[in-house]
Write a protein that binds this ligand. Sequence first.
Ligand code: AP5
Length: 218
Amino acid sequence: MRLILLGPPGAGKGTQAKRLEDGRGLVQLSTGDMLRAAVASGSATGRRAGEIMARGGLVPDDVMVGLIRDRVAAPDCARGFVLDGFPRTVGQAEALDRMLAGAGAALDRVIEMRVDGAEMVVRIAGRFSCAGCGAGYHDRFRPPERPGACDACGGSEFSRRADDEAGTVAARLEAYRARTAPLLPYYRERGMLASVDGMAPIDEVARQIAAVLDGVGA
Ligand code: AP5
């Protein structure tokens, strides 16, 4: 099964992709995580990407397509994958189509996570993660059970993403509207698009995604 989760910043793509990885064995391919790893490595690609991410812009298509091409060809992806954050432009979607066709494969579904822009700012501004193990939390929706201590590893250091600052979030939402939202008609015209209510509680969103996947025989 090869899936795309499509939605604006904060829609819950990463949250649901992780559930699909844990529950269905699909490999989560998060281009945001790949880029943050490149930034942390200090590579030339990471330095270039980091400047763009800090402004809330989109990293050029050739860089992103190169990252994904290597990853989807890796042996673990043979069991299926869920793309979280890719494609983000029509150029990336066309490159993905060519890449999969070249491997004799195809997408099974593109799932749009429908959400409200104002709520997205609340979701993003409140999130943080454990600096030790990466477990994710939210000030309002998912605080640690014991304040100041990670539920998973007991660590006491937490971090917030640099691009979750309000001005950058506005730029990320605008990039989605201008450059990623055109993917909705792109996939609708190809009969690939399904929608779920991304404003529902996390378990309910997961249930709606499961219903979509059951409908395509996954
Ligand atoms: P990326 O890391 O992909 O960020 P994003 O798309 O902006 O998405 P987020 O990770 O912010 O949100 P999400 O939808 O995954 O939501 P999450 O599950 O975390 O990209 C970062 C940057 O990298 C981009 O700005 C760009 O510069 C660059 N980039 C990446 N890919 C690129 C590409 N292909 N091309 C070019 N540039 C690229 O949830 C958010 C919060 O809400 C969490 O706290 C979560 O717990 C909570 N939450 C989730 N679901 C619910 C729910 N149903 N109810 C209540 N709370 C919820």
